[in-house]
Design a protein around this ligand. Sequence first.
Ligand code: HEC
Ligand SMILES: [Cu+2]
Length: 347
Amino acid sequence: MLRKNVWRFLPLSLIMLFLTGCMGEENLTALDPKGPAAQWIFDNMMLSLYVMAFVSIVVFVIYFIILAKFRRKEGDNELPRQVHGNTAMEITWTVIPILLLIILFVPTIVGTFKFHVNADPSQYEDNLYINVTGHQYWWQFDYEEEGFTAGQEVYIPVGQEVIFELNAEDVIHSFWVPALGGKQDTVPGIQNAMYLEADEPGVYFGKCAELCGPSHALMEFKLIALEQDDYDAWVEEMQSIEEAEQPDEALASDGYEVFEEQSCIGCHAIGGQGTAAGPSLTNFADRQMIAGVLENNDENLEAWIRDPQSLKQGNKMQAYPDMSDEDMEALIAYLRTLEVRGADQDY
Ligand code: HEC
Ligand SMILES: [Cu+2]
């Protein structure tokens, strides 16, 4: 009876095992660290795995030896010698776990202090200091010192300790770039901070790791690490855009007018103009994703503008279901002009 029930769980456990591989995006993983903080987490994880393996092996070996050696022999009907307490053994199995805990404790504490930072720009004048704000369901990145804001994609130079000050606009979120470091909560009214460093250029996936509403699972972002020169060029481009400008090209120029008429700017900043009720669109055309989760192509963009709720439930973007096709086409053409990296971007 029992055995039958146990087998019933086998398919379920296999499904679970396979599903754990379905995390999707290739570097949304903490098992392939690409920066010192993530490396420390990974090393600690491996250390505890080795400690656990050591304990399991020792316990199982002793268990099977005892099972074989002391099992009841044929014709032996005596009650074995009854032992109550053995000081030497008691000490042994108290001291060994204490030693093992010390082995785990020391690197954990050392790393915790090493990677702790305070939310205080004046302490980190030599570091890039980025203000992160979690919103239901998107991320705002303020480069205060540099004087601009970015939405959804945060750019950093490689090989530098970048401080992220973590804030929240509405509810608690959690900022997490698994390939680069641990998670930390963004809490309304409290400033947390962490630092991340990327060893190599690349696009790193980030995710909100704290249940924050119906679209929590879609609250994704990218961290883009560039070589220092490329990063400096990017900063310069971002700084050069002060406000929304009407493009020369006819269609995009009409689109600019639609953008103004529909008060998109009321929620979306371009350069220093507009508010942060929605992600800044200064470099929207450079984005890989729309709203963090949809591939950035015209079809998805139209679908997003017409009916954002069906794509990301509970988000705060206004819907424009009745916009004419002409206006939509022009608007998209305008949004496509919002780029700073140009066609030669290589991420
Ligand atoms: C009421 C405020 C509001 C208005 C008005 C508004 N939006 Fe949005 N928009 C948002 C919010 C909030 C988001 C982020 C949604 C999310 O991801 O949770 C967003 C997201 C977007 C995105 C995706 C941005 C990204 O970084 O991926 C685009 C593009 C966009 N809006 C375009 C527009 C356009 C074009 C208009 C005008 C026709 C417009 N929005 C009007 C609030 C608004
Ligand atoms: Cu969130």
